[in-house]
Design a protein around this ligand. Structure first.
Ligand code: ADP
Length: 260
């Protein structure tokens, strides 16, 4: 035997195993950190509307014989905070559902043209309120294997954002195309755009470019995290191209056939 060599091999192997072990520990640590951060973010986000409600209620109670108009005004603010709390909880539930394994996917052959038309029909009333024109362009009829509910959730979030982060009298352009392997959905807007250094963060949970502005228009910072998860579950990808002050385009690419 070449004992030196054997020794060396055993040594290399031990190094490899301990390397792999350390890498795994590192990954677990990252997972644990991000879980802790998520929980602390959730608590913070859920507490904010509660704190506002408490302040509003306390200040009403402190004013003896407050006029009915003041009650009315404060109750409207409280109702708005309740609605916000509700939206955060609903978004969180959507996200948690999507975090489960893809065994929960309900894949069926769907007409993607119809699916998009339906999404736009639901969201047009919001766009009309802000004089925003929503246009749909289909380059071909597309039938694909998708979970209709989850894909709808993803694309609705993108279109909602395109409307929310737009200017009065702006436009939203949704298009559908396909090749032999994938279908492509583009959601382009003429909106405020995303600052260059923020683009890499927008899919993170609770991330918002402008917290106060986003809060004003009812954002939770979870919409894009939900959209990305739903698209990844379909083995798809989502990309973003944006220019501040000019607009944003999200491109979604999903396989026509679901790959388990
Ligand atoms: P929110 O509930 O705040 O809309 P999202 O996760 O959907 O949360 O989006 C995260 C952030 O990314 C938003 O707060 C906004 O700052 C930015 N953003 C998303 N979509 C667009 C868009 N189409 N145009 C400009 N900014 C956008």
């Amino acid at each position: 035997y070449d004992t030196d060599n054997l020794h060396e091999n055993a040594y290399t192997e031990t190094m490899l195993i301990s390397d792999a072990f350390n890498k795994m520990l590192g990954r677990l640590k990252i997972l644990d950190d991000s879980r802790q951060e998520f929980v602390s973010n959730v608590s913070h986000e859920l507490k904010t509307p509660l704190t506002s409600m408490k302040v509003l209620a306390d200040s009403l109670l402190a004013q003896e014989g407050a006029p009915a108009e003041l009650y009315q005004e404060f109750m409207e603010d409280i109702a708005a905070e309740i609605e916000r709390e509700n939206k955060i909880i609903n978004d969180l539930l959507s996200l948690v559902k999507l975090d489960k394994t893809s065994a929960d996917l309900n894949i069926k052959s769907e007409n993607i043209n119809d699916l998009l038309e339906l999404i736009l029909k639901r969201l047009r009333p919001i766009a009309v309120q802000h004089n925003i024109e929503v246009v749909f362009e289909s380059f071909r009829p597309v039938i694909a294997e998708v979970d209709e509910v989850k894909l709808t959730l993803a694309i609705s979030n993108l279109v909602e954002n395109a409307i929310k982060y737009n200017h009065e009298e702006g436009w939203v352009h949704v298009s559908l195309n396909a090749d032999y392997k994938y279908f492509y959905i583009k959601v382009a807007d003429s909106g405020i755009g995303i600052p260059e250094d923020a683009v890499e963060h927008i899919f993170e949970r609770f991330y918002r470019v402008d917290k106060s502005h986003s809060r004003e228009i009812g954002g939770t910072g979870l919409g894009l995290a939900i959209a990305k998860n739903a698209i990844l579950m379909h083995r798809g990808i989502v990309k973003v191209h944006s220019k501040e002050g000019e607009g944003t385009t999200f491109t979604v690419r999903v396989p026509l056939t679901y790959i388990a």
